[in-house]
Design a protein around this ligand. Structure first.
Ligand code: TNX
Length: 511
């Protein structure tokens, strides 16, 4: 953990000139600079609409963020108690057109007002305010001020409603605390979906009451032969709740019919030959398959999806479907056609890797595109026929790709991915011929064959995750590499304070 030392030993004000209102990642949709700045001080209060418990919680979250570093009391008070000074969180009607997640941030001499239609918008506005304050605000011990925000107005709302990050907790297991840490890092960039890759050949990571050995045996190891682990129901619910407190929806994935060795090893009857294979701790893909003709396969899946749906308030269940190299094309289609209705039976929406378009995506299904070229005809045809898309082109969004040949962590099958590559594509046009209206959003997956600690996550996700986050949030017209890398550079000191061991890309002019 790198501490903040600048200014700590002298009385000289540090960061005295507040940063421009546009120096935020993702860049806001509209910024109007002007008017007097506001400095958060000893007497600043956070004022919240008492009629909304959620808005009150956002106010308390903001207070908890600001108190340790500023050392100010920052009481959270009802708006009705009078006075409009300080930091005001206000819920407005629909008239302003801010939408589900948008917000307006007004800074005047009297204070900062964040206005939104929904609490999610207040939360995103708080992230913007956070980035407009000096990096030292992230410290957990008192730091010298001033805590000044430039005068003016930010009006902001997302380009896409789905802005995801995936963490593969199967190849290496990550504890609840490690997942929560990543959730907090993602929230700073307005990510609103956390996709958890809960099963793969190397490990099954979620307790299932009706098939207990999935977790207790199938979860007992990981890549390299370590101890692995799994989430109990209570722990998974804890992650779901923590994510929700950051306005993030968990998308659980059970990968099938391939990537299933951990399940096949746990229950012999799931295998076509009735023989359980050993647990697997290597990094090959494509060798396992559930037994498509066996009836028990669908009883198993129905049980797993029923239990998972009951633990998952979000709309999506991700059923994987990738790299089924040991399943025939006919079996694959038959399998997917049989499994999708099991998702729908619980009122959930099917999300799957784009190979699902080789079967028959059911109405409402979402395909997650991970190709590198944007030319897959089957996916384009499905998109034209109504299947929606989450865009995760591996050569732009995969956080497990190495930055360059000397990156110690990561893989390189999709090529080296520097920050400029992560930023240099357009979700609306990447898949040639697919209607732009089919695109629901973007996601940055982090596969964990080579990733096993929070520091590893930080190194691979930063600074590339913010690139995908900006493509998902900011208007297409704002896309500009030079402007992006300058704004990204300003994030470096914040990551230092947060203890994120990020990659110091030579493409970014770090201060
Ligand atoms: C491909 S992309 C996979 C994963 C691997 C990843 C490594 C996709 C849907 N599947 O099984 O972990 O590459 O980069």
């Amino acid at each position: 953990m790198v501490g903040v030392t600048a200014g700590a030993t002298s009385a000289a004000p540090r960061d005295a000139a507040p940063r421009p209102l546009s120096q935020v990642v993702p860049v806001p949709a509209a910024v109007h600079e002007g008017g007097a700045p506001y400095s958060i001080g000893e007497r600043t209060a956070i004022r919240v609409p008492e009629g909304s418990p959620e808005a009150v919680r956002v106010g308390r979250y903001l207070a908890a963020l600001l108190r340790p570093s500023t050392g100010y009391p920052l009481p959270v008070r009802p708006l009705a108690a009078g006075g409009r000074d300080g930091i005001v969180l206000a819920l407005s009607g629909h008239a302003e057109g801010l939408g589900e997640e948008g917000y307006r941030l007004d800074v005047t001499r009297h204070g900062v007002a964040i206005t939104a239609e929904r609490p999610a918008g207040l939360f995103h506005g708080v992230q913007t305010l956070r980035q407009l304050l000096p990096a030292a605000v992230e410290a957990r011990t008192p730091q010298p001020g001033p805590w000044t925000v430039s005068g003016g107005t930010v009006t902001d709302a997302p380009r896409y409603s789905y802005r995801g990050a995936m963490l593969d907790v199967s190849r290496h297991f990550f504890t609840v605390a490690e997942v929560e840490r990543y959730i907090d890092q993602l929230a700073l960039y307005k990510i609103n979906y956390l996709h958890l890759h809960l099963s793969d050949d190397q490990g099954w990571r979620i307790a299932v009451r009706s098939w207990p050995r999935l977790a207790t045996y199938g979860g007992s190891t990981e890549v390299g032969g370590g101890a692995g682990g799994y989430y109990t129901e209570a722990q998974y619910e804890q992650i779901v709740r923590y994510a929700a407190s950051r306005y993030m929806t968990v998308v659980p994935e059970i990968d099938m019919p391939a990537h299933t060795n951990a399940a096949l090893a746990s229950y012999a009857p799931l295998n076509c030959d009735g023989v359980a294979p050993p647990l697997y701790t290597g990094t090959n893909v494509g060798f396992s398959s559930l037994c498509v003709p066996k009836a028990v396969t669908y009883g198993f899946i129905a049980d797993v999806l029923r239990e998972l749906a009951a633990l998952t308030p979000g709309p999506y269940l991700h059923i994987g479907g990738d790299e089924a190299h040991s399943t025939s094309a006919a079996d694959y289609a038959a399998f997917m056609d049989r499994v999708q209705p099991l998702v729908a039976a619980h009122g959930k929406t099917v999300l799957a890797w784009h190979e699902i378009t080789n079967a028959h995506p059911i109405a409402g299904a979402v395909a997650q595109y991970w190709g590198t070229a944007g030319t897959e005809k089957g996916v384009v045809a499905a998109a034209r026929a109504g299947t929606r898309l989450v865009m995760s082109p591996a050569n732009h969004t995969y956080l497990d790709m190495k930055y360059n040949r000397s990156t110690k962590l990561g893989l390189s099958w999709a090529g080296y991915t520097e920050v400029k590559d992560a930023y240099g594509w357009d979700p609306a046009t990447f898949l040639h011929g697919a209607p732009a209206s089919a695109v629901l959003g973007v996601e940055a997956p982090l596969w964990s064959e080579t990733i096993s600690t929070s520091d590893d996550i930080g190194y691979m996700a930063f600074p590339r995750l913010p690139a995908t986050a900006e493509l998902g949030w900011s208007p297409a017209t704002s896309h500009d590499w030079d402007a992006f890398r300058a704004r990204l550079a300003a994030q470096g000191p914040r990551w230092d304070v947060l203890g994120i061991d990020y990659y110091r890309s030579p493409q970014v002019p770090w201060p």
